[in-house]
Write a protein that binds this ligand. Sequence first.
Ligand SMILES: [Zn+2]
Length: 290
Amino acid sequence: MGNLIRCITSCGAVMAAAVDATDIVKEAQKIHKLSPVATVALGRLLAGASMMGNALKNRDDSITLRVAGDGPLGSVIAVSDSNGNVRGYVSNAAAKVPLNNKGQLDVASAVGKEGMLYVLKDIGLKEPYNGSVPLFSGEIAEDITAYYAISEQIPTVCALSVSLNNDGSVNRAGGYLIQMMPFATEDEIKRLEDGVKEMSSLSSMFALNMSLLDIVKKALKYYEVEVLDEASAEYLCNCSRARVEKALISIGKEGLLEMANSEENTNIECHFCDKTYNFSAAQLRKLASK
Ligand SMILES: [Zn+2]
């Protein structure tokens, strides 16, 4: 059994995905040394991106979500491939904010309530598809819902949850994403709304150890559900020395020579996995001549 499932109702009106991103968020926390609120914010975005990525059609497709709010986290970025494998980072991994009035980690304040959600889909076209919406709440799930409603006109229900243990380590993380197909009737929309209304919160369903399929079936209680696809999604960075070289070449000859002249050794760090690639001045000069 994978940690990501994609389902459809037998009438074809509703698509649903659910992901258990616990290991993904644990890995992100380990790589980036994330503060608790940074873990929850990036964890939610990674879970959302994983489900959105898994819905892409072609193997080489990818999707990038960037939440750019005015809070102390700075930008929160997640990239998914078409399997749902994700990677991501936040500008300020150590960000801390006071708990909200419910005594919970205040993701909305850490992200910032003013800002944008940018969605970039690379689906093999000459220009990638670009969409953006103003942040709805900074809580991530609602921002993804708003993106689909405004930018793609797809009625969507999205829930994302990252719960932490007392010591700040990740307890459980994941989400679900439910979307009406464009031809859905009023009655079908109502049946989905009724099912979602009767649902308990995602974190409480996770606490009960419900399976992903059971969670989807709760939301689609008034439908018959078929599983379309099961995937094993993980935290995966696709960086390589060749890719870093390509990025360096794109800086241009002048910039590269300047780098080579100022340092004997230049370390380039991958934002997504913190791996370091070392280039000597001679190697940079060689790249400059390409
Ligand atoms: Zn990397």
